[in-house]
Design a protein around this ligand. Structure first.
Ligand code: ZN
Ligand code: ZN
Ligand code: FE
Length: 754
């Protein structure tokens, strides 16, 4: 009888793939075996030809929900005599290692059912999981993924759990984090000094009571500590804002069920599927009038970040409280989340009234992912839980490359053997904790993938913590360091994700990045291919009085832009006090601490200040967001005009735009229409640059394209004019993808050199 050897690569470990293979083998009556290899799963099957074909169909079609098959290779092998059955055998070792690290998975419907079934041995047990769900990346120490290499190693299995773990037909067969109330982790409730208040079910009830009475609870969640508060209580929200020193940035809200969520948000079918997926991200949804959630949760914001309980613990807590809860990262501003108890007490004591803890160690911070569904597909705003660190195919013959990203919303990436692994969102690197997390994540990835990078890549900015670490590692490992311009990396990230060889026109629009000419770039049109990057267009530069401070105060961008265009700051002088004005003017006159920028993010800030929408921002991107929301309220076909100059490089001068905008404001035109006309002007700018570059393929990237209205208008304008428009789908458009782009650029260069 024929015998096939099958290799399966993709996300096939930690997702119940081997028991699934075992079940379909029994179903079809084939003999042979299945085993894990460091780079996937290996199967041999023997039986009549037609049955083997059916098995292969089933292997692709019926795979478990969290599994992702990237590649199946089959070849005929030698018939084995005397084999009576199909078996799961011990993990094999292979010289060719292309491992995959499984991502954390949201609780599956079967486990949720057990949780709610009185009499089930896992009734109300908050650490229930199975091969289809539960913690993975947040608890893994090393590969291959086996219980002794997870933070569950300290919990020996009881007889019942062991039986399930060993039974190939059980849903918990080889579920590494399997646990029950007898042998697994337990809850406890403490005050901010670790003094015990209650344990087990009483701890859960205590936390629920605290939340119901308006208290703030620090919860040791899946990938780190979270802060919880009653989302329906204006008082609780105000307390959380005041203690967390977070005045206006929206909070995400967790709802008990999809039905409850639909009372507050409009949800399409596709959005409902995403909310209930194993990745279970925070989804940005349109808020409904008359919902249950307090307005202060997301002030002046027509959207709400909403999600569903993704661990059994969240599931039980939400059921006990019976109302939506704010569920936000347990950190201060953009520092990494706390993951161990001592650190959480230290950092969150002033914020939380009580702490709901458990004794399963969290090995690395894994934040909640944030996603929005748009006309063109997914827009991933933060890629972490559920998605990271899943590998993405990026065919390349280059040697292993490690890239350390930029500075904000940072990630790192490893490009090796035709796949790119991008870390989870690491947050900003301003803080010591951020820099330490960066270094630990480097160690993590290299250990998991058993790789020694032969090339390092980083940003051009000399002061980023990522650049400094890259410089240190390059010396330590004696490997070359490739410095990649920030916006080149933005474009390259999309090319890497979508497999575009180029040349493409990349429109890289963001806050700012280190340019090649001593200015801060951020409104760029770049021609990119495997050989490199050429600047074919940019925004006319303008001074930013105060440098970094301009990022926080949109009035500074407005003053700088007006100064550039007219030599005066008249229309925004009223935004400065009498004592501030002379300093501003002398900075601008003498060019002191006023770097020049071509950033469209800063142009957004300037317009937000001129329209009075926002003159000083509370959080990153707030000015642009509020301008977007204002524009969404209007519908107006007009676009403000531009002037262009230059031949090779087409410089876009916003002078006529600003002139027309100020005139509209003087004449009392509504801010909504002004904001709409400004957005449309940017779509015209995209088209002008696309025509100038004369390339069919246009890539849109950079933080500005987190703006859904801008993305839609630019995309439609380009599509209607016959261009192809490419946007990232699985990686963020913001700096979270810079590491991927850096790795791709370094790979192309190494191949050109060799
Ligand atoms: Zn499950
Ligand atoms: Zn047990
Ligand atoms: Fe950027």
């Amino acid at each position: 009888m024929p015998r096939l050897s099958i290799e399966v690569q993709g996300v096939v470990q930690g997702v119940g793939f081997r028991p699934f293979v075992y079940r379909i083998a029994h179903l079809h009556g084939v003999t042979g075996w299945v085993r894990n290899r460091p780079d996937g799963v290996e199967i041999e099957i023997q039986g009549p030809r037609t049955v083997l074909d059916e098995f292969l169909v089933s292997l692709r079609k019926d795979r478990p929900a969290p599994a992702r098959i990237e590649r199946i290779a089959t070849c005929e092998t030698i018939e084995q005599a005397g084999e009576a059955s199909f078996a799961i055998v011990a993990s094999g070792h292979s010289a060719e290692t292309r491992p995959s690290v499984p991502a954390d998975l949201a609780i599956c419907p079967e486990c949720a059912q057990e949780l709610d079934t009185p009499g089930d041995r896992r009734y109300q047990y908050p650490f229930t999981n199975c091969t289809y769900c539960g913690p993975r990346y947040s608890i893994i120490e090393g590969l291959p993924y086996d219980r002794p290499k997870t933070s569950m190693k300290g919990f020996p299995l009881c007889a019942d759990c062991l039986r399930e773990y060993q039974d190939p037909l059980d849903r918990r067969f080889h579920a590494q984090p399997v646990a029950c109330p007898v042998c697994g982790p337990q809850l406890r409730l403490t005050d901010g000094h670790g003094v015990a208040i209650a344990a087990k079910v009483a701890a859960l009830v205590g936390a629920a009571d605290a939340l119901a009475s308006g208290a703030i609870v620090a919860l040791k969640g899946l990938g780190g500590f979270q802060l919880l508060a009653d989302a329906t209580s204006t008082g609780a929200v105000a307390r959380l804002r005041q203690r967390k020193r977070r005045e206006e940035k929206p909070f995400a809200v967790m709802f008990q069920t999809l039905a409850a969520l639909k009372r507050d948000c409009d949800v399409s079918e596709a959005e409902a599927r995403l909310l209930g997926s194993p990745e279970a991200p925070i989804l940005l949804l349109k808020r409904r009038d008359g919902g249950t959630v307090a307005a202060a949760v997301a002030p002046r914001n027509p959207h709400l970040g909403a999600f569903l309980p993704y661990t059994p613990l969240h599931h039980l807590l939400l059921a006990a409280v019976d109302r939506p809860l704010i569920c936000t990262s347990g950190n201060i501003s953009e520092e990494p989340m706390a993951i161990d108890d001592a650190d959480a007490f230290e950092r969150l004591r002033e914020i939380a009234d009580v702490f709901l803890l458990h004794d399963r160690p969290i090995l690395r911070p894994v934040d909640d992912s944030v996603v929005r569904l748009e006309a063109h597909g997914m827009n991933v705003l933060r890629r972490a839980r559920g998605y990271a660190p899943l590998a993405h195919p990026v065919p390349s013959q280059a040697p292993p490359i490690l890239s350390l990203g930029a500075h904000q919303k940072n990630t790192i990436a490893l490009l090796n053997r035709g796949q790119a692994v991008v870390s989870q969102h690491l947050g900003d690197l301003h803080s010591l904790q951020g820099a330490q997390l960066l270094e630990r994540t480097v160690e993590d990835l290299l250990k998991f993938f058993a790789t020694r990078p032969e090339i390092l890549a980083c940003d051009l900015h000399p002061d980023y913590a990522s650049t400094r670490l890259a410089e240190r590692l390059a010396v330590q490992w004696q490997v070359p360091l490739v410095r990649v311009q920030h916006h080149h990396a933005h474009v390259a990230a999309v090319m890497a994700e979508l497999g575009l060889a180029g040349p493409v026109l990349g429109l890289a629009w963001d806050g700012s990045g280190f340019g090649l000419d001593q200015t801060l770039w951020g409104g760029e049109a770049l021609r990119v291919d495997a050989k490199g990057c050429q600047r074919v267009g940019h925004l006319r530069t303008f001074p930013l009085p105060g440098g970094d401070r301009a990022v926080k105060e949109s009035r500074r961008s407005a003053a700088g832009l007006l100064w550039e265009l007219s030599g005066a700051t008249g229309p925004v002088d009223n935004l400065y006090t009498a004592s501030e004005q002379p300093l501003l003017h002398s900075m601008l006159e003498r060019g002191l601490n006023t770097p020049r920028t071509s950033s469209i993010g800063r142009l957004f800030d300037a317009v937000a200040a001129l329209t009075g929408i926002r003159t000083v921002r509370g959080f990153e991107g707030q000015a642009a967001m509020e301008l977007e929301f204002a524009a969404e309220r209007a519908s107006d076909p007009e676009a403000y005009p531009w002037a262009f100059r230059g031949e090779e490089c087409l410089v876009a001068d916003p002078a006529p735009l600003i002139q027309a905008l100020l005139k509209d404001l003087q004449q009392g035109l509504s801010v909504a229409i002004v904001a709409q006309r400004f957005h449309r002007a940017l779509a015209e700018l995209a088209l002008a640059w696309a025509r100038h570059a004369d390339l069919k393929a246009v890539v849109l990237c950079g933080g500005c394209f987190q703006n859904a209205l801008l993305t839609r208008l630019v995309r439609e304008r380009l599509l209607n004019a016959g261009f192809q428009v490419h946007l990232p789908v699985v990686f963020p458009t913001n700096d979270g993808a810079i590491s991927l782009g850096q790795a791709w650029v370094a790979a192309q260069r190494s191949l050109l050199d060799s």
